[in-house]
Design a protein around this ligand. Structure first.
Ligand SMILES: [Fe+2]
Ligand SMILES: [Fe+2]
Length: 183
């Protein structure tokens, strides 16, 4: 084993395990994102102002496709909680959309703020390791920040109980990340 192979990133996991864990959680997260927008579009998709939601949904599908490809190429075990993200993502999208378009946008803002932090942390942790994954993370992070800004521009902060709503969604998203990294 060369020195480079023995090099470990800060933290307790060896580099390969850490990278697998990153791919697993990101794949799960992008899957959840796709399901959130599917739930939102089930309610709001026929409205004339559905275009921004459709655009974000299309971008999430591209993120998911990229992680689908990577998880296959690297032979990473996907999260065992796939059925949970399938249901929970859709339910979150549906429920917020039923509260109204602004609540759906608040959901986007909350989720994307957590994902922005999450991808930033991963990019820092990777350092110079795994440039392929790092480029994906940085590209997608920039697009998630765009989604947050779209949510804000589309009136997220006018949603009923904005602070409570976004606080709850952020807490749920952080828990989902914690679980998807491990299970
Ligand atoms: Fe995404
Ligand atoms: Fe996004």
């Amino acid at each position: 084993m060369s020195d480079a192979d023995e090099h470990e990133l800060p933290g307790d996991l060896p580099r390969d395990d850490l990278i697998r864990r990153m791919i697993r959680v990101d794949h799960a997260g992008e899957y959840g994102a796709r399901r959130i927008y599917e739930g939102q579009l089930a309610v709001l998709g026929r409205r004339q102002d559905a275009e921004p939601i459709r655009r974000m949904a299309a971008q999430e599908r591209r993120h998911l496709d990229a992680f689908d490809k990577l998880i296959g190429e690297r032979r990473v075990r996907p999260t065992a909680l796939h059925p949970l993200w399938h249901v929970a993502g859709y339910a979150l999208g549906l429920a917020t959309a039923l509260l109204g378009r602004e609540a759906a946008m608040a959901c986007t803002v909350a989720v994307e703020e957590v994902i922005d932090e999450h991808y930033a942390k991963q990019a820092t942790r990777l350092g110079a390791a795994d440039p392929e994954l790092k480029t994906m993370i940085e590209t997608f992070r920039a697009e998630e920040i765009e989604h947050r800004d779209i949510g804000l521009a589309e009136g997220a902060e006018r949603a009923p109980a904005y602070d409570l709503l976004t606080g709850a969604i952020k807490a749920g998203s952080r828990m989902a990340i914690w679980l998807a990294e491990r299970i």
